[in-house]
Ligand binder design. Structure first.
Ligand code: SF4
Length: 338
């Protein structure tokens, strides 16, 4: 029999804990039930972090990749992709612009590539940290010895999406890699002193509600400081280019489930929601999110960072308006976590 979700049920579960079936019920809730879940998720967010959100800036600095993930336009096997790599001076200039606009978290993102060296990246991190910015990395799997180099230079958080907790689906989507290896690398990051961020890509062909529940348990087991969900959008020139997009309404329920189940974790309102839904990122905040990322990759290059085709680029004004509209106060990451 299907669970009826109402305020009493949510309160009871918040007190006694959510089980597998409860998380399943959240993900398959009706629209009316979802509104109650979003309201409860906002309440938990406000209790844990206050009625606040922060903006971080991302720059995608290299797009050559040695991997061939089926869903990604930058995969090694895509011969049509234009490859680029930003230099040290360009990155510092962008970071300074972010700093001058009041942003204090700088997010360096790149494909898994040998087009930049560990020492080069250390020097970039050092200079950006000296500006007074917290540096966050999302650069995939590298040598374990590089981790100390970057941590000592000032990088404090590392994002590595696990994409799916379904072992078979993971291996199909990321040929040559295993879910165990991914989890092990997340644990290695933790061992080297990083806060970690992870999460699934929702809507991958073959993904099930049960595997999304497994994603929630995996995030809990990892004690991830940042938990995010992106919605699958097919990228041109990939084996999945004709597959349907993921369901953003299910994505919003996943955000609420993360907030209610994990509570003390940062949750970004990712750009795929804005691409797929009117006021999509505002709705993420309404479902319990508290972070938004502004894209500062130079305009002439960012269309070549093809995680999916025809991306929505979040600008500073849009980010600030979205936070305001959600009734939240803009702050910095440092202040939010203090
Ligand atoms: S998802 Fe990341 S690791 Fe996979 S092909 Fe794209 S850039 Fe490379």
């Amino acid at each position: 029999m299907k669970t009826m979700i109402n305020s009493e049920w949510i309160q009871r579960k918040l007190e006694s804990g959510f089980h597998r079936e409860d998380l399943r019920s959240i993900l398959t809730s009706s629209d009316d039930e979802a509104e109650l879940l979003y309201s409860a998720a906002r309440k938990i967010r406000d209790e844990v972090f206050g009625k606040k959100a922060f903006i971080r800036a991302v720059v995608e600095f290299a797009n050559s990749c040695r991997c061939s993930c089926l869903y990604c336009g930058m995969r090694l096997n895509n011969p049509d992709g234009i490859r680029f790599s930003l230099d040290h001076a360009e990155l510092l200039e962008i970071a300074q612009k972010a700093f001058d606009n009041g942003i204090r978290t700088f997010f360096l993102q790149a494909a898994e590539s040998e087009s930049y060296g560990a020492l080069w990246l250390r020097d970039v991190i050092t200079d950006i940290s000296r500006m007074g910015m917290g540096v966050l990395l999302c650069v995939g799997v590298h040598q374990e010895s590089d981790l100390d180099l970057w941590r000592e230079a000032g990088a404090y958080k590392f994002i590595l999406k696990h994409e799916t907790a379904d072992r078979e689906l993971f291996e199909k989507m990321k040929p040559g890699f295993t879910l165990e290896g991914r989890i092990e690398w997340l644990q290695t990051l933790r061992k080297h002193g990083y806060h970690i961020g992870s999460g699934p890509l929702l809507g991958l062909p073959g993904q099930t509600i049960d595997s999304l529940v497994d994603d929630l348990f995996l995030l809990r087991d990892l004690q991830s400081e940042m938990s995010s969900v992106s919605v699958f959008l097919p990228a041109e020139g990939t084996p999945l280019e004709n597959e349907p997009t993921g369901d953003p309404e299910l994505g919003l329920r996943f955000i609420a489930a993360m907030r209610l189940f994990l509570r003390n974790t940062l949750i970004p309102a990712t750009s795929t929601f804005e691409k797929l839904l009117e006021n999509g990122q505002y709705r993420c905040f309404q479902a319990g999110a508290n972070v938004i990322t502004v894209n500062m990759t130079p305009q002439k290059l960012r269309d070549d960072y093809t995680i999916y085709s025809d991306r929505f680029y979040v600008g500073l004004e849009h980010a600030r308006n979205t936070i305001r509209k959600a009734g939240l106060l803009e702050t910095t990451e440092g202040e939010l976590l203090s």
